[in-house]
Design a protein around this ligand. Structure first.
Ligand SMILES: [Zn+2]
Length: 263
């Protein structure tokens, strides 16, 4: 059964689309990390160390739902065998099976928030969620040259033609207690989803951070951030502004991670 986390009346379900080894040595992915920082990251997230000593990472989406109401899906995974991520990610993903195991009918998904347009986050977006508006930041669409060349033809064009592409600018309320936050840096129009219920907060991060080492030190850059200084500023500012909170992450081994780390 997919893992869930409950916040007030909202259930957040972690949907594991796939898992695999990262395509480059982890010291290249986080070039500034020290040995002491790697030791601490490995203590916090031992399962992120793969069989070959490389970075082992999951690829997740998250479903947000109040009772049996409409579902907000945050990210859309690596996708099927012929997805745009096929050249580097462990496709085919299993999101449809995960949704079914979680008792979620794709027809009940009314909103898909694409945190950004990298191929491991858009894999199942489109016709599977025919009743859903797909939310993308305007700044992300303005930077299409950064993304897979087939993205407009395979995803964005058909979504627009179907009236299912919703372009937003900055922070945007979705439903009561659920809001999209603009979190640029990893990509120009990166966004995350904040859930607030009373004093409890949960952030579906997207790639605001991608490895436990960026919680050991949020200043650490990741080699595939488009704008590392902006990514760092955003990461530090969001963690400071909303802590304590639970982080729901696509790529850390645990889908739900408390921040700050318990002593
Ligand atoms: Zn990613």
């Amino acid at each position: 059964m997919p893992l869930t986390h409950t916040l007030g009346s909202i259930t957040i379900t972690a949907l594991l689309d796939g898992a695999g080894s990262f395509f480059q040595p982890r010291a290249q992915a986080f070039p500034d990390a020290t040995r002491a920082q790697w030791r601490e990251a490995d203590r916090r997230d031992p399962d992120a160390v793969g069989p070959d000593g490389g970075w082992w990472l999951p690829f997740r989406a998250f479903a947000l739902r109040r009772g049996d109401g409409p579902v907000v899906l945050v990210d859309a995974g690596i996708g099927p065998a012929d997805a745009l991520a096929a050249s580097w990610a462990p496709v085919p993903g299993r999101l449809p099976d995960e949704l079914s195991a979680a008792g979620i009918d794709p027809a009940d998904v009314r909103t898909v928030v694409l945190t950004h347009l990298h191929t491991d986050h858009v894999g199942w977006a489109g016709p599977l969620f025919a009743n859903a508006d797909h939310l993308v930041q305007r700044a992300e669409l303005a930077a299409l040259e950064l993304f897979h060349p087939e993205l407009p033809a395979r995803l964005l064009g058909p979504l627009r033609a179907a009236g299912r592409l919703r372009v937003v600018d900055g922070d945007t309320d979705l439903t009561s207690g659920v809001r999209v936050l603009s979190t640029p840096g990893h990509t120009p129009g990166h966004q995350s989803v904040l859930v607030e219920q009373g004093d409890d907060r949960l952030l579906v991060t997207g790639d605001l951070l991608v490895h436990a080492i960026q919680l050991v030190d949020p200043a650490l850059p990741y080699a595939h951030e488009e704008n590392p200084p902006e990514a760092r500023r955003t990461r530090e500012q969001i963690l400071r502004a909303f802590s304590p909170l639970t982080l729901a992450t696509p790529h850390l081994t645990a889908p739900f991670t408390p921040h700050p780390h318990p002593a």
